[in-house]
Design a protein around this ligand. Structure first.
Ligand code: NAD
Length: 378
């Protein structure tokens, strides 16, 4: 397969973790006989510094014409005092909105070798296997009117039936393919938008008779999530609640640096780790690249429909974790690595497909980027 992948490294640890994920994709391309073309573009603070705009028109245009987008992270203290439309985060929000990405999938599972990495007891986290479906293009982050003065500030939380229904369908479909259990999280005892959320989910439920739906208030769900996480399968929620709850769920997995995400709904998908730009460890070869590498696996599965290749990458990560390898954020890792050496371990663990595939010719090889990750064209 030929695929064009736009890479948006962004800020802080973003360039470090995307370099490892791109190198893994290049290894997959080589082992499975595909040709992936990587093109880098600016976003976030790096784009503000270069162009004054956190999402330059050229970046959006490139994203729109690619088969998938891999992003690192945006933001950092250097841009914290910029006006809202020149802040790195507003570039990411505009990208998601501009591409019509309304469903953010965030899988959270606990690797057996990392049951001790969580501050929670192993018997609580063991066997956790969740899929968050967070609404991504509506709600409080986008609602108008919004205003700020030093004396009063306003944000607005709007949702329409159409916005809720389309993301709820994604969650119902995922629940159907998984353990057929859907937890819908809202605050319907206080918020009108949540009452509508609950009504739309209930209206859809008869179309998915196999799926058991349970409604939860966000405050009590926040507690249930870390006291009995095994009870949940697919978790559907609106933008703000999903942002907060999925970071909370990272505690179950052992580190924020492990968790991937996929943003879907438009014509091209965006794949990124759930963590931020981690300015405290940026440039030190300390960031865990696994969240971004697993995001690359989601890219293979959801954007390119290459499920065997996605599985090969997931399995490589699992084998490396099982061997006790990890970065410093993983409590209990017996073999400590930097970002680059953990990425190299994972690439070594990517096994070729069982059936023989023709070797790529040299010109295609450089187009894919070298298997060691120092791609010549990104
Ligand atoms: P953060 O996720 O960047 O960091 C939180 C903590 O987790 C830090 O201690 C950090 O060192 C650690 N951490 C994060 N990723 C890690 C990794 N891969 N490996 C090891 N440790 C890791 O969140 P923050 O500190 O609240 O935000 C920093 C900046 O990132 C802010 O500017 C924020 O706006 C931005 N941010 C961006 C995104 C995004 O790009 N999607 C998401 C969240 C925050």
């Amino acid at each position: 397969m030929d695929a064009r992948i736009t890479v948006l490294p962004g800020d802080g640890v973003g360039p470090e973790v995307t370099a490892e994920a791109v190198a893994c994709l290049a290894t997959i391309a080589e082992r499975f006989g595909h040709r992936f073309q990587f093109q880098e573009a600016l976003i976030g603070g790096a784009a503000v510094d270069a162009t004054g705009d956190p999402l330059p028109e050229a970046t959006l245009a490139l994203c729109r014409t690619s088969d998938a987008i891999l992003l690192g992270a945006v933001g950092g203290p250097a841009w914290d005092r910029h006006p809202r439309d020149q802040r790195p985060e507003s570039g990411l929000l505009r990208l998601r909105k501009g591409l019509g990405l309304y469903a953010n999938l965030r899988p959270v599972s606990v690797h057996p070798s990392l049951e001790d990495a969580s501050p929670l007891k192993p018997e609580i986290v063991r066997g956790t296997d969740l899929m968050f479906v967070r609404e991504l293009s509506g709600g409080l982050y986008f609602g108008e009117p919004r205003s700020y003065s030093d004396e009063a500030a306003v944000n607005t939380l709007p949702y329409t039936r159409v916005e809720i229904e389309r993301v709820a369908r994604v969650a119902f479909d995922l629940a159907t393919a998984r353990r057929k259990n859907l937890a819908s999280v809202d605050k319907a005892n206080v918020l009108e938008t949540s009452r509508l959320w609950r009504k739309v989910v209930d209206d859809l439920a008869p179309a998915y008779p196999e799926v058991k739906v349970q409604h939860h208030y966000v405050d009590s769900f926040a507690m249930a999530l870390i006291t009995r996480p095994r009870d949940f399968d697919v978790v559907l929620t609106e933008n703000l609640f999903g942002d907060i709850l999925s970071d909370e769920a990272a505690v179950l997995a052992g580190s924020l640096g492990l968790l991937p995400s996929a943003s879907l709904g438009g014509s091209v998908g965006l794949f990124e780790p759930i963590h931020g730009s981690a300015p405290d460890i940026a440039g030190q070869d300390r960031a865990n690249p696994i969240g971004t590498i697993l995001s690359a696996a989601m890219l293979l599965r959801h954007a390119l429909k290459l499920s065997a290749e996605a599985l090969a990458l997931d399995s490589a990560v699992n084998r490396v974790l099982k061997g006790g390898h990890g970065t410093g954020d993983l409590k209990g890792a017996s073999h400590l690595h930097g970002t680059r050496s953990l990425g190299a371990r994972i690439r070594e663990a990517i096994r070729p497909p069982r059936k023989k595939v023709p070797r790529l010719v040299d010109s295609a090889y450089s187009w894919c980027g070298s298997p060691e990750g120092h791609s010549s064209n990104h």
